[in-house]
Design a protein around this ligand. Structure first.
Ligand code: CP
Ligand code: NVA
Length: 305
């Protein structure tokens, strides 16, 4: 039984395996084939933050694969009505896997510690592994094979950026990240990355133009993540020079795609011209959340030979 709390836990071979299953399931789905490989399986979505993509893509994925999904909001009383162990052990009696979206990463670690079914991270303050898997899968569809290529990330070195850094490192993709110093990767994360992904190629710079040079993809995310709303004004000021706009895209090579995990704050981290531009792949990227999560579910639940 495996949990997926961060991408540190997946080997490069396992990521490639999840991608291969995802590709097969995506192609079948596009040809109208919905094989019920998860018939009779149940997934719980335990969410403490809002979501469109993660929630709906997991729910739809389970339906397409013949299983069902149960959305669990605040009323189940996680951390309120009973001990963490009782909650996890009881939930594990009913469902085959749990996707959890929460605040502090320690919360999902505690959930996983007592769950006897796989726990998948649907976003914490530290990581967003399902997002990064879909992002690299998307980039591979457009610009693969990816090893040796560069992905640029512009802006806040947040949960999404951390998962991208790990995924890129495992797949031999260089991540060039441009952030102001106060919103760059922290030392503890960098040490873990260097220790667990020794071949990682990470360029850290304060200059967005340097990061996008030679990149096959230019990625950004919101400047203020969920839970950071009190810092919004300061972040807007400090990150203003990190907007992805047409003038920055001119420094990227012809053919480079624009990526964003969404939801976007148009006019802040990205302009309308870029997110709606011919190079934008954000809708394909969002669609791939579902396809890659199908692959991940099939893999983690051993539903495919
Ligand atoms: N990208 C992403 O995780 O979107 P949601 O917050 O809508 O799930
Ligand atoms: N960094 C964002 C991602 C949302 C999908 C957040 O945590 O709010």
């Amino acid at each position: 039984m495996r949990h997926l709390l961060t991408l540190f836990e997946l080997s490069p071979d396992e990521i490639h395996r999840v991608f291969a299953i995802s590709k097969e399931l995506k192609e079948k789905f596009q040809h109208g084939i919905r094989e019920p490989i998860l018939r009779g399986y149940s997934l719980a979505l335990l969410f403490e933050k809002p979501s469109l993509r993660t929630r709906v893509s997991f729910e739809a994925a389970m339906t397409h694969l013949g299983g069902n999904a149960l959305f669990l909001g605040a009323d189940v009383g996680w951390g309120q009505r009973e001990s963490a162990a009782d909650f996890s052990l009881v939930l594990s009696q009913y469902v085959d896997t749990v996707v959890c979206r929460t605040t502090a990463h320690a919360r999902i670690e505690e959930l996983a510690k007592y769950c006897t079914v796989p726990v998948i991270n649907g976003l914490t303050d530290a990581a967003h592994p399902c997002q990064a898997l879909a992002d690299l899968f998307t980039l591979d569809e457009i610009h693969g094979p990816l090893a040796g290529k560069r992905l640029a990330y512009i802006g806040d070195a947040n949960n999404v950026a951390r998962s991208l850094a790990v995924c890129c490192g495992k797949l031999g993709v260089e991540l060039a990240i441009a952030s102001p110093k106060q919103y760059s990767f922290d030392r503890a994360f960098l040490d873990r990355l260097a220790g667990e992904v020794p071949d990682v190629k990470l360029l850290q710079t304060e200059d967005p133009r340097e990061a996008v040079r030679g990149a096959v993809g230019v990625y950004t995310d919101v400047w203020t993540s969920m839970g950071q709303e009190a810092e919004a004004a300061v972040r807007k000021e400090v990150l203003a020079a990190y907007q992805v706009n047409p003038s920055l895209m001119e420094h990227a090579p012809e053919g480079a795609v624009f990526l964003h995990c969404l939801p976007a704050r148009r006019g802040e981290e990205v302009t309308d011209e870029v997110i709606d531009g011919h190079y934008s792949a954000v809708i394909i990227q969002a669609a791939n959340r579902m396809h890659v999560q199908k692959g991940l579910l099939a893999w983690i639940l051993n539903a495919i030979d």
